[in-house]
Ligand binder design. Structure first.
Ligand SMILES: *Cc1c(COP(=O)(O)O)cnc(C)c1O
Length: 468
């Protein structure tokens, strides 16, 4: 096959996949062994495009169709079409977004988009970067805070420095624990602040813990407010945390990986993110609610330019970065922990231009309205119950089995059967000791009928399991 024929066949294949992603099941489930046999992983194919195409077709056939309405499992689904086009272009041009020299267009698009986001959040000074996701965004924020609190940490390590403690809510994302491990703090020194009955960090508890730590001679250097928790969708209250920062001087970071999308709409911003413009740093995944292809993250700093670069750069890298160049200022790699960097800017730029802020805001409002609808349906259906009242974009609920039956086991089994039968893939988590199903809606064309169909499928499966 010549290149042209290969491209044509590929485009026909992906076009067909895309057109049919919403039809039928989201997955024809195979057990790992059966799938391994189907994939013929050991088969050789030197120079054999026919065989490569068979693998590509198998990949498409046996992958989870995340764009199918049965997929309500994660904080993303499918992907925006402009973004998909961007990824294709990124693949054929294949460069590393670290220097202007090697990636001129991407560099300018990344800066352009980061500047739009700095404006959107309202950071008057500052800078940003695209990272590999909010997990890394959270870590880099903690790193910058650490280096500020322990000014010798970058060169000398933490061995003889002050003993540092960081704080997150008990419902925060596990990436903060990972960051505490990686940065040499130790996970025990990441203190989990209790949450209130709605899942929000309790400022009074934080204050008490800050005082306790300081009384022990330890330096409380970093507080992460989760802005949309992973399970319940709770937003930690920023105004009281900002007040505490005045007194205690910690770095206040906002993990808006999921809930940062509320920024797109003025009213939702007021409701969920009051004071966000005063944070020290903020991270948000554009690959979640806004629907760009994975991965698409932004990390913003509300500090003078160079803070990010100072935190992340180390070592001799003059073979790559030429600081005497006029465009050296533009190089994104010197402020990054990576050397090779995927181009994530093009897909983001194309989505932003195609939908605009208002288009994406409408999407976020639509998701919220559907969550409200789902909650009201669940409350009126006798077979279902909410496991926590809804805070924002997460709907936590479960099937109510007859008394005497273990509701956790039952719901876990129910969820697994929905998956195996290709009906739906829905999230599962614990709130305290209660196992909860977690509906997250991130399909732009989801409607109330889709919510109804999904809830009915849970009810039908529950009834089936009871009769088995
Ligand atoms: C998804 C999520 C993360 C992790 O983000 P990645 O981009 O997947 O690394 C962090 N924090 C919160 C609150 C999240 O919802």
């Amino acid at each position: 096959m010549n290149d042209q024929a290969i491209f044509q066949r590929l485009l026909a294949l992906v076009e067909q996949y895309y057109a049919r992603r919403k039809e039928g099941k989201f997955l024809d489930y195979l057990e790992p062994q059966a799938l391994a046999e189907t994939l013929e992983l050991e088969r050789q194919a030197p120079g054999d495009w026919q065989q490569l195409f068979q693998w590509m077709e198998k990949y498409l056939t046996h992958s989870v169709k995340t764009g199918n309405h049965g997929f309500v499992n994660r904080m993303w689904s499918g992907a925006n079409l402009p973004s998909i086009m961007g990824e294709i272009i990124t693949a054929v041009t294949n460069t590393s977004a670290c220097t202007y020299e090697a990636a001129p267009v991407s560099t300018l698009m990344e800066h352009y988009m980061l500047n739009r986001m700095l404006e959107l959040v309202g950071f008057r000074q500052g800078e940003g970067q695209m990272t590999t996701g909010s997990s890394n965004g959270n870590m880099i924020a903690m790193l910058a805070a650490r280096n500020q609190a322990a000014s010798e940490a970058k060169e000398k390590g933490l061995f003889n420095g002050p003993s540092l403690t960081a704080f997150v809510s008990a419902d925060a994302h596990y990436s903060l624990d990972k960051a505490a491990n990686i940065l040499g703090l130790g996970t025990d020194n990441l203190i989990k602040v209790p949450v209130d009955e709605r899942g929000r960090m309790r400022p009074d508890s934080l204050e008490q813990l800050l005082e306790e730590q300081q009384a022990q001679g330890r330096k409380a250097f970093f507080v992460c407010a989760t802005l949309g928790t992973t399970v319940r969708g709770a937003y930690d209250p920023l105004p009281p945390l900002l007040e505490l920062r005045k007194e205690h001087g910690f770095w206040l970071h906002g993990d808006g990986a999921w809930g940062g999308a509320a920024l797109l709409d003025d009213e939702l911003r007021q409701r969920y993110l009051p004071g966000v413009e005063q944070l020290d740093s903020f991270t948000w995944d554009f690959h979640k609610m806004p629907g760009s292809n994975l991965m698409c993250n932004l990390l913003l700093f509300n500090h003078h330019k160079g803070t990010l670069r100072c935190a992340c750069s180390a070592g001799e890298h003059s073979y790559l970065f030429r600081e005497e160049h006029e465009d050296a200022e533009l190089d994104t790699g010197t402020a990054s922990l990576q050397c090779g960097r995927r181009v994530d800017s093009l897909k983001w730029f194309l989505d932003w231009k195609y939908y605009g802020r208002e288009g994406l805001a409408q999407r976020v409002r639509h998701y919220l309205a559907l969550c409200e609808y789902a909650e009201s349906r669940i409350e009126s259906l006798p077979q279902l119950e909410m496991t926590a009242s809804r805070e924002s974009f997460n709907v936590c609920f479960r099937f109510l089995p007859p008394s005497g039956m273990d509701a956790n086991d039952f719901n876990l089994k129910l969820r697994h059967r929905l998956f195996e039968e290709g009906i739906s893939l829905v999230g599962v988590a614990f709130i305290g000791n209660t196992l909860t199903l977690r509906l997250l809606i991130t399909h732009p064309d989801f409607r109330e009928e889709d919510v109804d169909r999904f809830l009915q499928s849970v009810i039908d499966m529950g009834a089936r399991l009871l009769h088995e």
